[in-house]
Design a protein around this ligand. Structure first.
Ligand code: 5BU
Length: 459
């Protein structure tokens, strides 16, 4: 075990890094929480940390050292004592009288400074401190951070030209905790997934139209129907009925039908699928008012995708109002659906970003996929995505929602419905096992319905 690893494990034992579900100051729900303020009361650990941070810059010739208040203040103080580099203190707020100086201590304009921070997330609060120091004439020589939450802040500051170093990245920390048995696989996956999908800020930055507005602006009849259904029933819940017999699907619909706006099906897992059964399901959907959604994930060349959509055993084109398609092969699947849904009875739901922890839908893929989506927007009503920003004309469907679990151990990653809606910008949530595996699917559906609808009103 390296000294750095031993230090990390000590931080874990002292609850400085915690795992679970935490709501951050920004309102974002995070699967981990870091609070280094407690470190001030542990002189030994503080000394070790200061040493590690100073070692990040072996040949540093800084003339000043400054900690971002408050958590990094004691860290910077110990670093100053250890290294002999004089400390300056940045005020959190202006005194409102006297010199109104924001930086206290003895310094001269033009001096180089090491800026110390406990955690970097978006980098915004660090930039505020940088601004104050620079206004006082201090030159930021390097920024030393204890933990990088890997949510873009370090990259952003580096792109702005700052020399920023982190002692640990959260990915590295998770690997260490996992290696030493402190974190189980599901929790580790949940953190990594959170990190990977942390496009949340950009998703939130673009104000999305509310459902009521969409009834006027809907560019596809299926979008209008879905939105009107959601508004009338006050639900943005899509239930994934991943059950393997026709009867089981029926039984589930009996329980949850009143609380959902769409029923998502994998027709190919229903052992006794028949078109007659589908007719009955359609009648039930009309009576209980929900849409039928085929999660077929078409991904082949256009010709094959067309046959899969309209032909075969399932004849999806005859019953599905929504169908998922990958764009990995280009626009072929979308075009095939478009050309066969001549009355616009079926709308396409392309998959942009998957919910799995090891999905290949990285930022490079997102860009290219969005290009395809843009070109065929008239037949698309919604996009399956997690935190990625999507064009506001489309609805966002987000699977990987569960109120209790963080993952399923087989790659699926979960967030709460609140997180999906408020942090990832979901308009509709897709819930499967959280409902049909619960003791009481009806009350589970009601709970997801209520939470989802309340969260949507907060957007
Ligand atoms: P769960 O039981 O809530 O994990 O089921 C989620 C459903 O959503 C399931 O039918 C998946 O096939 C589907 N899904 C998903 O989980 N993640 C994705 O990225 C996509 C679909 Br696309």
């Amino acid at each position: 075990m390296t000294a750095k690893e031993a230090f990390l494990l000590e931080m874990y034992e002292l609850d400085i890094i915690k795992f679970g579900r935490f709501t951050l100051k920004s309102g974002i729900e995070s699967p981990f929480y870091i609070d280094l303020r407690g470190l001030a009361s542990n002189p030994t650990l503080l000394k070790t940390l200061s040493q590690h941070l100073l070692e990040l810059l072996p040949d540093g010739d800084a003339q000043l050292i400054c900690g971002v208040p408050y958590a990094a203040l004691p860290i910077a103080t110990v670093m100053s004592i250890t290294s002999g580099i004089p400390l300056v203190i940045k005020r959190k707020e202006n005194k409102g009288y006297g010199t109104q100086k924001m930086v206290e201590g003895v310094y001269e304009a033009g001096q180089g400074c090491l800026l110390v921070e406990d955690v970097v997330t978006s980098g915004k609060s660090l930039l505020e401190t940088i601004d104050e120091l620079e206004r006082a004439g201090i030159v930021i020589q390097a920024i030393l951070v204890v933990i990088d939450r890997e949510q873009g802040g370090k990259k952003w500051l580096r792109a702005k030209g700052y020399n920023i170093h982190a002692l640990f990245g959260i990915t590295e920390a998770v690997a260490v905790f996992n290696r030493y048995g402190k974190l189980d696989k599901a929790a580790a996956e949940s953190v990594l997934r959170f990190v990977r999908h942390s496009h949340a800020t950009s998703a939130q930055a673009e104000k999305r139209p509310c459902l009521a507005d969409r009834t006027r602006t809907a560019h596809h009849p299926v979008m209008k129907k879905l939105v009107e259904t959601a508004l009338e029933k006050e639900t943005n819940l899509i239930c994934a009925a991943d059950l393997t017999t026709a009867d089981a699907v029926f039984a589930l619909v009996g329980q949850v039908g009143d609380h959902i706006c769409a029923l998502k099906l994998h027709a190919d897992i229903v052992e006794d699928f028949s078109l007659e059964w589908m007719q009955e399901l359609r009648a039930l959907a009309a009576q209980k008012k929900f849409l039928l959604f085929a999660d077929r994930k078409l991904a082949d060349i256009g010709h094959t995708a067309g046959l899969q959509f309209s032909g075969g055993v399932h004849q999806i084109a005859t019953w599905a109002e929504l169908i998922t398609a990958h764009v990995v092969a280009g626009a072929g699947s979308i075009q095939a659906i478009k050309s066969q849904a001549t009355d616009r009875q079926t709308a396409v739901v392309p998959i942009l970003q998957m919910s799995t922890v090891d999905t290949l839908t990285d930022s490079d893929y997102l860009k290219k996929a969005l290009n395809v989506i843009h070109q065929h927007g008239d037949s698309i009503v919604a996009i399956v995505a997690q935190g990625a920003a999507i064009p506001p004309r489309f609805l966002k469907f987000t699977p990987g929602v569960h109120s209790a679990a963080q993952g399923d151990g087989s790659g699926q990653g979960y967030h709460s419905s609140r997180h999906a809606i408020l942090n990832h910008g979901a308009d509709f949530i897709i819930v499967g096992r959280g409902i049909y595996r619960s003791e009481n699917p009806k009350s589970a559906a009601i709970s997801y319905q209520k939470k989802g609808w309340e969260a949507l009103k907060e957007v």
